[in-house]
Every structure is written in C-alpha cells, then in structure tokens.
Design a protein around this ligand. Sequence first.
Ligand SMILES: Cc1cc2nc3c(=O)[nH]c(=O)nc-3n(C[C@H](O)[C@H](O)[C@H](O)COP(=O)(O)OP(=O)(O)OC[C@H]3O[C@@H](n4cnc5c(N)ncnc54)[C@H](O)[C@@H]3O)c2cc1C
Ligand SMILES: *[C@@H]1O[C@H](CO)[C@@H](O)[C@H](O)[C@H]1NC(C)=O
Ligand SMILES: *[C@@H]1O[C@H](CO)[C@@H](O)[C@H](O)[C@H]1NC(C)=O
Length: 480
Amino acid sequence: MFFASGLVTLLLSSFAAGAILKRDPICIRIEATISRASNVYYPGDPLYEKGVSHWAGSSAQVSKCVVEPGTAADVGHVLTILGKTRTPFAVKGGGHASNPNFSSTTGVHISMYRFSLVVYNPATQTAQIGAGLIWDEVYAALDPYGVNVLGGRVSGVGVAGLILGGGYSWKTNQYGMTVDTVTAYELVKPNGNVVTVTKASDPNLFWALKGGFNNFGIVTKFTLKTFPQTQVWGGMVLVGPDNIADVTAATAAFASVTDPKASLITAYNYGFPEISLLLVYDGPTPPPGIFDDFLAIPSLMSDIGTKSFTQLVAGFPTDSTKGNRGVFNSISLLEYTPSLLNVILNETNYWGAKLTPKSGAFISYSVEPFLPSIYSHNTDASAWPPYRAKPFQPINIFFSWTDAAFDNEYHDAMRTTTKVIYDAAKAEGQDLTNTLVYPNYAIFDTPLSTIYGSSLPKLRTIKCLVDPQNVMGLAGGWKF
Ligand SMILES: Cc1cc2nc3c(=O)[nH]c(=O)nc-3n(C[C@H](O)[C@H](O)[C@H](O)COP(=O)(O)OP(=O)(O)OC[C@H]3O[C@@H](n4cnc5c(N)ncnc54)[C@H](O)[C@@H]3O)c2cc1C
Ligand SMILES: *[C@@H]1O[C@H](CO)[C@@H](O)[C@H](O)[C@H]1NC(C)=O
Ligand SMILES: *[C@@H]1O[C@H](CO)[C@@H](O)[C@H](O)[C@H]1NC(C)=O
C-alpha cells in the first residue's frame, strides 16, 4: 500500500518532469522571444491539437509545438530563430492542403489563426484580409458592405493557400483568378523583415507571390480588389444513377454558355450520390436557358434558390470526409466533351469499386468548366498560371479513405487514373502542351515543370535573391 502510493507519486513526478524536459529548446526560445500577442502550445493542449489539425488527416503531423504568432514582427522573430537553428517548420493557413507535409511538420508548427482581420476600404475598393482566415469568414464580413472578393467555392477553405496558389472562384469567369485581384501582400521575409509588396514596390516579388506559396516568406495579410455583390442564385442538386447521362449531356452543353455570371461544378461520385451538382449564378435569378437542362433532370435533393453569397458557400459543406486520409490530383483540359465525361464516369466507377473495400470513403471526380477568357483578366501576369494563351480548365480528383496502410495504393491509383484521363483527352485530339497543372490540386510528387512551366527559371532567380539562406526550404510544399 505504502510502496504502491510511493511508486505512483514517483511515476507521476518523473512523468511531469519528463513532460517539461521534453519541451523543445527551440520552442522555449521562441516563447521567450515573442511578444504577449503570441503564444506557444505543447502536445496535450487543446490549442496545440487545433493548431496541427488539417482538413485531410493525412496532411497532419505531430510537431514539437504550435506557435500562434499575433503580429508580423513576431513572425519575423520566429523565422529568424528557425533560420539560425535550421529547424524544420510548417506554416498553416486554413489547413486544407491535400498533400502531406505542405503545412505540417515534425518540427515547429506555425498556425496563422490570429491574423483574422477583414478591413474593407470603400475608397480604393479593396479589402485587407488576414492570412489566418477561411473564406466563409471573409464573405460574412464583407456581406454588410454589398461587396465581395474572389475566393473558395465551398465551405471551410483557407484564404492563404488558395490565394498563394492561384484561386478558382465562383467569380473567375467574370474577373479571373484570385491572384489576378491581389494588389498587395504584407510579407515577413525569410530574414525577418516585414514588408508590403506591391507591383510598384517590388514587381518581381509581387509576380512571384502570385502562385509561389511559401517560398518567399510568410504572408500575414492580403489586399484584394472587391466587387459588388448582390444576392445570388444557386445551390446543390443531387442526382441518382438513372439520370447520369442527362447530367453528362447538360455538362458538355454548358460549354456554349457565355454569360460569365454562370458557373458550375459537376462531381461524379462513386456510390451515393452518384452526381452532385453545384450550380451558381452571380445574381438573384439566372436568365432563362442557362441552367434549364440541369433543372429538368429529376433530382434526389435540391436546395437551389436565391440567397446571400455567404449562405451559398455554407450550403456546400465538405466536412463529411474531414479528418480522413485524402489526396487530390488534377490535370488541365481544353474541353469537356461527352466522350471525355464518360471516361471520367467510368474511372469513377472503376476506382470506386476497386478502392472502396480498402477503407474507401469517397471517390470523386469534379469537373470544373470555365470560360475560355478566364486567363485574360490580368495584364501583369503571375507566376501561376505561367501561360495564359490557352483556355485550360481543371479537373479535381479526390480520394478519401481511412486506413493509412493503404496510402501508397491510393496515391498510385490517383496517378494512374489521372493518366487515363490525360491520355483519353489527347486521343480525342486535345493539344495539352502548355496546359499547366493547378498547384493547389496537384499530387505531391508532380514535377515542378508541369505546374510552373516557363515561370520556373524566374521563380528560382527571385527565390535566391529573397531567401539566400533557403530558410523557407525548411518548410514543405512546392519548392523552387
Ligand atoms: C474542400 C476543399 C475545397 C477547395 N476548393 C477550392 C476552390 O474552390 N478553388 C481553389 O482554387 N482551390 C480550392 N481548394 C484547394 C485550396 O486552394 C488549397 O487546398 C489551398 O492550399 C488551401 O489553403 P489553406 O490555407 O487552407 O491551406 P494550408 O494547408 O494551410 O496551406 C497550403 C500551403 O500554403 C502555404 N501557406 C499557408 N499560409 C501561408 C502564409 N501565410 N504564408 C506563406 N505560405 C502559406 C502552406 O505552407 C502550404 O504549403 C479546395 C481544397 C479543399 C480541401
Ligand atoms: C512527410 O514527412 C515525413 C517525415 O516527417 C516523411 O516520412 C514522409 O515521407 C513525407 N511524405 C511525403 C509525401 O513527402
Ligand atoms: C473503364 O476504366 C478501366 C480502368 O481505367 C478500363 O480498364 C476499362 O477499359 C474502362 N471501360 C470502358 C468501357 O471504357
């Protein structure tokens, strides 16, 4: 009895001492350097768990600590320490990276949550938005002013990664990619200096940040152009197996729609629901004709209606697979013909049947048609897309599963199915040279040249100038 309680005490005290000793010296040094606007959290703390969490569980890792910087100056202090000690680290915005290690680390994890302001400036028709926000929060904050920015199309997506990689939005047909609407970045450079990067202040770095992710430092704030926002029309429609051919025909025919306020995503899914359609018109009512084919198809469920933009995006939830293993991949296509859509449907069913027994949760192919003019909106150009003369449009392939033992199998299947669709498009006569892969959808081992193409040499030159010590090379992601 006596011995037993003594042993328990001993175990507890050595456990406590061990836990304290285990606190990483770099984390302790960061804690001692940052201001009271920032904090460091250790394993076991709910804010640590929140910090390292990701939309895809496979994109998360156990880090030594989570740093939540509250000021750009503190981000600078943290980067300086990490650079001097060559400590691997990660920067997380909304945590929606579909690739492992892009915003996670076994080193020091930086979560940007505290950069959460949205400031609308009516005089310049711009909004400053913090790098720790998700788009739902930005849309809700701008709603009262009757304006909006170009951001994510479904609920939960982070601001930072989407902007730093390009950004396809529900307004892309009207105004281009999100990068085309950025007017300034507040950037903490790898040497710790806080700068505002604009076209006038540093045209090369401004260009490089439009697609270059975390290669040039940590962005704390973006300034985006705003556009008038009325009520919108749209919602989600689920269609069952009997009507897939109608959906395919309507999706192919949508290529003839020229009204830039109309957009859609057609997702072929394995199992229920076979089809999910996201239909959007950026106005209270679409002119007759545009969506009639879709609306004539018998649906299992539909919540189409006139609503606020915030409500529209909230109505496209993505948490049914949250926390699962996951991977995205993509190619860019010139055209979604009926025959290509049938190849995509066949791939959905083929891989769905094959992978579902292997802890599969969701096998989905999202067709994202855009107008041929979407790359014509930016006269300044950008690191991504590096080539704007071709009207390429992405497909988003998404596999979700639960057992990590199958990771490699899913990654292989993803590469195989992507190639099948690529080859089918080529066999149809699509000239896919210079159709670049969207970095926010590409699987982690995609060669940089097929993403960044002709931008790569210039990106590498700018990278060496801005980050001669390659501090940002200590963080994961697409690395120049
Ligand atoms: C459900 C879902 C829906 C999506 N919908 C769309 C869509 O409609 N349109 C579209 O274009 N894309 C979409 N995407 C892709 C999305 O753009 C990327 O996943 C994007 O990288 C997410 O940004 P994040 O901040 O949430 O990601 P994170 O995982 O936090 O970061 C992604 C990358 O950006 C870097 N990064 C993050 N913050 C900073 C910073 N402050 N400074 C420097 N580097 C930073 C990270 O280090 C990491 O490499 C979607 C993804 C998901 C999972
Ligand atoms: C991610 O990082 C871990 C080490 O932390 C490594 O074992 C793994 O291979 C990496 N995954 C990818 C896809 O790069
Ligand atoms: C369906 O896809 C599988 C896998 O890519 C392929 O082997 C098969 O031939 C395809 N079937 C049809 C009818 O295209």
